[in-house]
Design a protein around this ligand. Structure first.
Ligand code: G1P
Ligand code: ZN
Length: 545
């Protein structure tokens, strides 16, 4: 096998965002664009030299093409062994599971998560380190620096590998195993949850479910776990065949995009009792009941309050973490349990150190992500199983579980307003303006709301003391209401301004309000303080979650 050294010109835009390098497919198709970035990963991740690598993606357009290229670059860079998912499929949580189980040097995941796919959609690539979690900022910064000056990459001149069946072969000296993408992950789930109990509830007909895989990566996982191992009801799965363009849909599990699922749960008499969906690469989750939506921040709080009831967490949990914009519902549970609740910047990578240091057992984000110390990524199917197991233990509906939680801990009304594809300069100026006046806002009043603190969130990692600053403007009010402003780090067009608004209400008689109505005065304050409408020239947000 011949190794070729190819001269290349560097690109200036290969800076990884919240979750790896994410660009339009057409950008990745530019000459040497993918090759450069992959070579930069190998240049920085020296542990891959003579190491084992896990490789797979969410099945979107360009997934298999990229895998063939990465295999050849891996062979040229002395990787010892690559474990690649059959058909190029591996969910993000499954990669994390495999890295940990087989103690590999790392993994490459090809995904743009919940962003649309297909030739005109998005593509992405991210690197996970030996603990199974996303590479830290120090790593991604180093890759970016390398990518700005890269002059050559090495690649094996070899035939493409057959990814359509499980087998083992070699490319030069490098071993390649095309593996079952599901089995190891499904086994791990079976260790954490009471499959017997869930299965018997399905068998009795007391529980019925509908899971929407959104034509993305979780289809095969859902089939094995819900159909084969748990014998769920017929029609338990919808959109379960992965497609390169996700069937033309937007594989983001929320009320706007999982319409078919929501319609089934709202169908009245014949509706399934439990509904859930996951995103492009299988790390996000949405949980719903009949005509009832569980806010992801509430879901994290409910999981924290009840984890001890499930086999994998029966010793109780040692601590919990949430990202800055996630509502403070879980803080109330942590207080009651007497455990620490960490507040981190947005993005899963900040949870890794806390999990590795045994400071937390559970963690989550408002953006439909939750997970635990079983791997180092958020995990969609895991969250679904957590809820199924909880329902099996409590024998209550999704709505009953959530309402009784609010009764005990109070309810955090919560919403996120996104202003998409706004001019980057306008967005930067809006944030800068908030930064400038942050200090002076403390002590001021907006209608009935008194601001007690306004700052730009900075995080000091308690494990390695690294500091991550400028992570979002937060305004705290005296009555525990809160507004957070930040710019998205995953968008591929212009800037996206995210505004997160919450209000804490203890009185159960006030737990039935419409969310937007309950938050209306605060939504107004957010606009007034940050001058959103005038600066962005928008009357309303593009997306309300
Ligand atoms: C978004 C979410 C964030 C999540 C990330 C990757 O990032 O807000 O919680 O970790 O996607 O799924 P953002 O676009 O806000 O930077
Ligand atoms: Zn995702």
């Amino acid at each position: 096998m011949k190794i070729e050294t190819i001269s290349t010109n560097s690109y200036a835009d290969q800076k990884p965002g919240t979750s790896g390098l994410r660009k339009k497919v057409s950008v990745f198709q530019k000459p040497h664009y993918l090759e450069n970035f992959v070579q930069s990963i190998f240049n920085i991740a020296t542990e891959l030299n003579n190491g084992v690598l896990v490789l797979g993606g969410d099945g979107r357009y360009y997934n298999q093409t990229a895998i063939q290229v990465i295999l050849k670059i891996a062979a040229a860079n002395n990787v010892k062994h690559v474990m690649v998912g059959q058909d190029g499929i591996l969910s993000t949580p499954a990669v994390s599971c495999l890295i940990r189980k087989y103690q590999t040097a790392g993994g490459i995941i090809l995904s743009a998560s919940h962003n649309p796919g297909g030739p005109t959609g998005d593509f992405g690539i991210k690197f996970n380190i030996a603990n199974g979690g996303p590479a830290p900022t120090t790593f991604t910064d180093a890759v970016y620096e390398d990518s700005k000056t890269i002059k050559q990459y090495t690649i094996a001149n070899a035939e493409d590998i057959d990814l359509s069946q499980q087998h083992t072969c070699h490319m030069g000296k490098m071993k390649i195993s095309v593996i079952d993408p599901v089995a190891d992950y499904a086994d791990l789930m079976e260790e954490l949850f009471d499959f017997k109990k869930i299965k018997s509830l399905f068998a009795s007909g007391l529980l019925t479910m509908c899971f929407d895989a959104m034509h993305a990566v979780t289809g095969p996982y859902a089939k094995e776990i819900f159909e084969n191992r748990l014998s769920a009801n017929v029609n338990a799965l919808i959109n379960s065949i992965p497609k390169e363009d996700f069937g033309g849909g937007h594989p983001d599990p929320n009320l706007a995009h999982a319409k078919e699922l929501v319609a089934r749960l709202n169908a009245g008499l014949n509706a399934p009792m439990f509904g859930a969906a996951s995103d492009g690469d299988g790390d996000r989750n949405m949980i719903i009941g009949q005509k009832f939506f569980v806010n992801p921040s509430d879901s994290l709080a409910i999981m924290t309050a009840n984890a001890h009831l499930l086999p994998g967490y029966k010793q109780g949990i040692c601590g919990v973490a949430r990202s800055l914009p996630t509502s403070r519902a879980v803080d109330k549970v942590a207080d009651a349990l007497g455990i620490e609740c960490y507040e981190t910047p947005t993005g899963w990578k900040y949870f890794g150190n806390l999990l590795d240091d045994n400071r937390i057992t559970l963690c989550g984000e408002e953006s439909f992500g939750s997970g635990s110390n079983h791997i180092r990524e958020k995990d969609g199917i895991w969250a679904v199983l957590f809820w199924l197991n909880l329902i099996a233990v409590k024998q209550h509906s999704v709505e009953e579980i959530t309402r009784s939680h609010w009764k005990q801990y109070g309810r955090h009304y919560y919403t996120r307003h996104d202003y998409e594809a706004i001019d980057s300069n306008v967005a930067d100026e809006l944030i800068q303006n908030m930064r400038n006046k942050a200090e002076s806002l403390a002590g001021t009043n907006y209608s009935d709301y008194e601001i007690v603190l306004c700052d730009d969130f900075s995080y000091t990692d308690p494990v390695d003391n690294s500091i991550t600053s400028q992570q979002g403007i937060r305004i705290l009010f005296k009555d525990e209401s809160r507004i957070v402003f930040r710019l998205s780090g995953t968008g591929t067009e212009g800037a996206t301004l995210r505004v997160y608004i919450e209000r804490y209400v203890t009185n159960p008689e006030q737990h039935n309000l419409d969310t937007q109505a309950a938050l209306a005065p605060l939504i107004q304050i957010a606009d007034e303080v940050a001058e959103i409408k005038t600066r962005c020239q928008r009357e309303t947000p593009d997306v309300i979650t």
